[in-house]
Design a protein. Sequence first.
Length: 169
Amino acid sequence: MTESVVSVIAPKVLQTEIGLAAHRPNNVSAYDLCLRAVPHFTSWTRGGMAEALRLVARALEIDPRYGFAARLAGSCHLVNASQGWTADPQSDIAEGLRLVRLALSIDGNDDTAWSILGWATASFSDDYDTAREIADRAVALNPNAAFAWGERGWTLPVGGAARRGDPEL
């Protein structure tokens, strides 16, 4: 039995490791900057978001094709707009969406980026059908991702599912 389990798991582990290696930044400094940005981002304060954005902007200068940096920078802009922490919300929304889409162009299987895009689409546009499709895609990519389920759970009511009596709520 052990042999049959290992023969199934080993190729999956190797495939995962190859995938992770393909998405590493070209420069370790960019990776370091992003790691330093995360606690500032998760502080969910205006100052924390500004510092996180400063760090990930530097990471993107070093490695413009680093998907994690693009996703995190996009998230910073979108949070700034949603929290009213910007003088020009439309500009931050546009930049946030551009950066999240850049992250998806780098890695089309990034369930977190899809989740953020679904939330942003529901929050900043009237295209709720697309927002729902995006949120569903994030969950389909990683059915075990609590973040994807959480963002989907937020996206559906914002998109009017509760008003329509959607049975999935």
